[in-house]
Structures are given as C-alpha cells and as structure tokens.
Design a protein around this ligand. Structure first.
Ligand code: ADP
Ligand code: ZN
Length: 220
C-alpha cells in the first residue's frame, strides 16, 4: 500500500519546486504529469506528438490519456515502497474520480491533498519567467526572477542556450490560469467536502519558508 499525496493549485504556485524539496527530504517519489508529458514530447513519441499543440496553447490533455499515464506509473515498485506525490494530477473533477478508482484498484491510500495558493500577479510573473535548457538530454530548468542561470541565457549544467518553455508566453499563461479557474478550482470543494484538503500559501519569499509552511499543514 502506497501513501499518495496530491499538490493542487494554480500553475506557477510552486507545486513543482516545493514538490522537489518535499520528495528529496521524505523519499516520496515525485510524479509531475506536466513533466511526464514533456518527456513524451522530447522523446518524440506518438503520445508526445498528440499532446504538443494542446500544451503549447495552454489547454488540458484529455482525462483518459493522463489517467492512463498515472495509473501505469503508480503500479511501479518504487512507488509501492516509498509512496508518491502527484503534482498536476488530478486537474479536473473527472480525473479526481478516476484517481479514486486507481487508488482503490492498487490498494493505495490518499495521505493528503494540499492546496497551494498564490496571488495572481505573482503567478503571471512566474509563468512567463521560466526558462529551460535547449539540450533535451539535459532538461535543466531556470527562472529569470527566482532561479537565474549564472550566465544569462546559458545553462549552468551543460552550457547550451536556454529557451522559453513552449507554454511560457503571456497569452498562454493567461489561458492556463483561466483553465485552472474553470477546470481545476472545483476540486478544492470536492476534496474539502471529503475532509481531505489542507491549505497553504506560496509567497515571494524563500523556498525554505514556503516549505516550512507547507510541512506544518501536512504534519509529516
Ligand atoms: P509544470 O507544473 O511543470 O508547470 P504542468 O503541470 O503545468 O507543468 O503541466 C503543463 C501542461 O501539461 C498543462 O498546461 C497541460 O496542458 C498538461 N497537463 C499536465 N497535467 C495534466 C492533467 N492532469 N490533465 C490534463 N493536462 C495536463
Ligand atoms: Zn543544459
């Protein structure tokens, strides 16, 4: 039986960054559906080609595709042993229903659903300031505001040029926030009613401070 944590919140709230720290410190396995999909695109798979246009436009990939990807991943040994953090899934009410079935089938347990909130201005800033390494084999990520590379436009790890993420334009960022409000925000009520939701706020301070606030509500 695996403990499953869910991080819920608008794009740019820091689910990925806080998730990295949480998993590093606890040994829980980090599963980011956004990252799994970007890996598919980078590897040039059929699935990757299928989702490319949707992601670049800030839309959502179909519930079935994402749920299947997560279900496959959750069966792996590492997760059974250490539990996992779902970062970016579920993102719609139907996906939440699918997740309940996946957990029941696998004999896994929802440990906590954490809502990470942040103000809109900060979200827009963060979403448009992300940069990724153009070297697909490297994949390092940076942020011109919060985590700049040592040399502007150049990857610290491998020296290749940095590029804006395909979904990092201002227009796409606005669309992603609108999609969050209409498709994902209803999950807050869904989990609140089940008594599974805890809340934290992400602010423009340090990762350490945001992480400490997060751990207080998780109580792990
Ligand atoms: P990151 O958290 O690293 O910014 P995201 O989780 O925002 O990455 O995912 C990027 C894109 O991938 C989303 O805008 C969406 O198109 C797609 N995506 C990721 N997770 C899901 C999901 N659960 N359902 C539908 N689409 C998803
Ligand atoms: Zn690199």
């Amino acid at each position: 039986m695996a403990d499953v944590y869910v991080f819920l919140g608008p794009p740019g709230a820091g689910k990925g960054t806080l998730g990295d720290v949480f998993c590093e410190k606890t040994g829980v396995v980090h599963i980011s559906t956004g990252q799994l999909l970007r890996d598919e695109m980078a590897a040039g798979t059929e699935l990757g080609a299928q989702v490319k246009g949707i992601i670049a436009a800030g839309g959502l990939v179909s519930d079935e595709i994402v749920a299947k990807m997560v279900a496959n991943r959750l069966q792996k040994e590492d997760i059974k042993a250490h539990g996992c953090l779902l970062d970016g899934f579920p993102r719609t009410v139907p996906q939440a229903g699918m997740l309940e079935k996946i957990l029941a089938d696998g004999g896994d347990r929802m440990a906590a659903v954490v809502l990470i909130e942040a103000d809109r201005e900060m979200l827009m800033g963060r979403l448009t300031s992300r940069r990724v390494c153009s070297n697909k084999a490297c994949g390092a990520t940076f942020n011109v505001l919060t985590l700049p590379p040592k040399v502007e436009g150049i990857c610290d790890k491998c020296g290749q040029p940095l590029i804006q993420r395909s979904d990092g334009s201002e227009e796409t960022a606005k669309k992603r926030l609108a999609v969050y409000e209409s498709e994902t925000a209803p999950l807050v009520d869904f989990y609140d009613k089940k008594g599974q939701l805890v809340r934290t706020v992400s602010t423009n301070t340090t990762i350490e401070e945001n992480y400490a606030r997060l751990m207080k509500v998780i109580g792990r």
